[in-house]
Design a protein around this ligand. Structure first.
Ligand code: SF4
Length: 113
């Protein structure tokens, strides 16, 4: 085996390694772009459901369906994520706070208030 054959082999290996890295980098970038973000309380969808990040701020008089102990974390629509936030089926692509609340809260089976 001569030097030119070895260097051609190394060049080919480097090229293949580089090609393999490109789709992985693109996938990571797409995942980051699609990562859900915390919904704003000013979002029209959040306002329509009277969503608040902090259940302590719920006006019980204005929201007669609210009962103490109801929070996103024990709502059937909630799937826990990281950092006290999770996804909600009512707000696709957005995160809500585990300690949040909105007026379509429904108790998750197996939870207690
Ligand atoms: S539907 Fe449930 S999880 Fe979603 S915002 Fe309302 S209370 Fe929270």
């Amino acid at each position: 085996m001569n030097d030119s054959l070895i260097s051609r082999r190394r060049l080919l290996q480097s090229a293949l390694t580089g090609l393999a890295a490109v789709p992985a980098a693109a996938l990571v970038a797409r995942e980051a772009a699609a990562a859900p973000v915390l919904i704003s309380e000013d979002d029209p969808a959040a306002k329509a459901l009277a969503y608040l990040h902090d259940v302590k701020k719920v006006d019980a008089a204005a929201n007669p369906t609210y009962k103490k102990g109801q929070i996103c974390a024990n709502c059937i629509q909630y799937t826990a994520g990281a950092g006290g936030e999770g996804t909600c089926n009512m707000f696709p692509g957005k995160l809500v706070k585990a300690q949040g609340w909105c007026k379509v809260w429904v108790q998750k089976p197996g939870t207690t208030l």
